[in-house]
Design a protein around this ligand. Structure first.
Ligand SMILES: [Zn+2]
Length: 263
């Protein structure tokens, strides 16, 4: 059946990664009947589940009719949002006997799962915030010697042309970090500054100066960013690259470092 419904696109095969993500989303149990969907058979685990389309990939004319105007998840039918792991029995039944109520029920379940995983991601952000505090605390220990060494490390880097698509990725990365963490980092700096644990003005101006010195070495923005992240990571034992990236992104934003470089 030809359709001009842009939500319907050609079937996309599920990769192993996606398959795992779907199983993880439902914690291994069928969201409709509660059955556990993995069964040990000898040394192997047998899969008793399939990945179902919530809104069908190729709806029958009857399905088009009963689902008309109802909410749909994702930009098209092949996105993660429109798929869910179901046990084989429930999947078969759902596909063959779809009603408006069953569709809306599965949609509601999926929405619940999506918001639960969003909450999980938010919690992992909290862990990252803890790490950022550690990184920021380490920044207070910067001394002239370290900064000098940092400068030498820049000079050791090879001159390379700016790669435009890498730069775009870098921009997106920095913007994302700034969007999520800017105020948090700003506040943390302010608190540490007021408590006398850090001299923010000093730290900020020294980092800015180091950035500006890089201009003379003609290093690409990506390299400057990466080397600063690496340097910060080496200074704060046990911190993740993500936490360091967030802090460096803060400096890029607050000191407008790259602006000055592109002048
Ligand atoms: Zn089931």
């Amino acid at each position: 059946m030809e359709s001009n419904d842009t939500y319907l696109i050609k079937r996309v095969a599920i990769t192993e990664n996606m398959d795992n993500a779907h199983l993880l989303e439902v914690s291994g149990t069928c969201p409709l009947c509660g059955k556990y969907m993995l069964v040990a058979k000898g040394k192997r685990m047998n899969k008793l589940y399939q990945i179902a389309h919530i809104y069908p990939n190729s709806p029958t004319s009857n399905e088009v009719k009963i689902l008309k105007g109802l909410e749909r998840l994702g930009a098209n039918c092949e996105e993660f949002e429109n798929k869910i792991a179901l046990c084989k029995d429930c999947h078969g039944y759902y596909d063959d006997h779809k009603t408006k109520e069953e569709y809306l029920n599965l949609l509601r379940i999926k929405k619940g799962l999506l918001s639960a995983s969003k909450a999980k991601i938010a919690t992992s952000h909290q862990d990252l915030e803890q790490e950022i505090i550690i990184v920021i605390n380490e920044l207070s220990k910067i001394d002239q010697q370290t900064l000098q060494k940092m400068k030498l490390e820049y000079q050791a880097l090879k001159i390379s042309n700016k790669v435009e698509d890498i730069y775009t990725l870098l921009k997106v990365k920095i913007e994302t970090y700034v969007c999520i963490y800017f105020n948090f980092i700003k506040e943390t700096f302010q608190n540490l500054d007021q408590a006398g644990q850090i001299n923010f003005e000093l730290v900020a101006s020294e980092i800015k100066t180091s950035f500006l010195k890089c201009e003379k070495e003609m290093i690409s923005k990506s390299e400057i960013f990466d080397s600063l992240v690496k340097w910060l990571k080496s200074k704060s034992v046990g911190s993740s690259s993500e936490a360091c990236e967030a802090v460096i992104s803060y400096f890029v934003q607050s000191c407008e470092v790259f602006h000055e470089i592109t002048k």
